[in-house]
Design a protein. Structure first.
Length: 115
């Protein structure tokens, strides 16, 4: 079993910043990728950013969000700057295990951008 625990969500004003974190624990010995996805009400889940051997970002967050990973701690972070109301969504941490390619999701953390 793999557990993913997200933290850092909340309410922020337009133009503000937030930092999300995801801690992975359990029976995961090697990670193929770690990433963040988000889902707004009435919309499909979309990619925010993912780290494999490179960083890949969704078009709507390029230049504003930065994803980083601490391999020793199996922790993934998402620095979000210049937030706007369209960034309002539940943000989910995602891990894909190496070799088995099992997929794990966190419980999600709400980010609300509003004045």
């Amino acid at each position: 079993q793999v557990q993913l625990v997200e933290s850092g969500g909340g309410l922020v004003q337009p133009g503000g910043s937030l930092r999300l974190s995801c801690a992975a624990s359990g029976s995961i010995f090697s990670i193929n990728s770690m990433g963040w996805y988000r889902q707004a009400p009435g919309k499909e889940r979309e990619l925010v950013g993912i780290i494999t051997d490179r960083r890949t970002y969704g078009d709507s967050v390029k230049g504003r969000f930065t994803i980083s990973r601490d391999n020793a701690k199996n922790t993934l972070n998402l620095q979000m700057n210049s937030l706007n109301p369209e960034d309002t969504a539940v943000y989910y941490c995602n891990v894909v295990a190496k070799y088995t390619y099992d997929i794990y999701w966190g419980q999600g953390t709400q980010v609300t951008v509003s004045s």
